[in-house]
Design a protein around this ligand. Structure first.
Ligand code: FES
Length: 108
C-alpha cells in the first residue's frame, strides 16, 4: 500500500467534500470537524455519484436512491429505496487519509 498527496489541507474547508482521482480510483474526501476522511466516490448500490449527494454532519445521502453512508466509517446506515422497495447495499470503501504538514495524503 502506498500513499500519495491528493490535496492541501486548505483545499477542503470544514463541512465540505471534494472528489479526486488517485491511482485510477475515484475518491471523495471530507473534512468533518477538522478531520479528514475518504470513501469511494460512487455508491456501492448502482454507482450514484456521492459527490452530488447531500452531506449532513457525517452522513452523505446518495442522490439516486437515497442510501446513506457514514463518512467516517463508510458504513451504510440506510439502504436504497426504490418506490416501495427498501433494499440493502454494501458499505462503501474507506481509504486512510494522512495529514503531513499542509499535505493531505491518501493510502491506496
Ligand atoms: S445508486 Fe446510490 S442508492 Fe442507488
Amino acid at each position: 500500500m502506498s500513499s500519495m498527496e491528493i490535496a492541501k489541507v486548505g483545499d477542503i474547508p470544514a463541512g465540505r467534500m471534494k472528489s479526486f482521482t488517485a491511482d485510477g480510483k475515484e475518491i471523495l474526501v471530507f473534512n468533518y470537524e477538522g478531520k479528514f476522511y475518504a470513501i469511494g466516490r460512487y455508491c456501492p448500490h448502482l454507482h450514484g455519484d456521492l459527490s452530488q449527494g447531500k452531506l449532513e454532519g457525517k452522513t452523505i445521502t446518495c442522490p439516486r436512491h437515497g442510501s446513506q453512508f457514514d463518512i467516517t466509517t463508510g458504513r451504510c446506515l440506510v439502504g436504497p429505496k426504490i418506490g416501495p422497495l427498501k433494499l440493502s447495499t454494501k458499505d462503501d470503501t474507506m481509504y486512510a487519509v494522512e495529514v503531513e504538514g499542509q499535505s493531505l495524503r491518501i493510502k491506496i
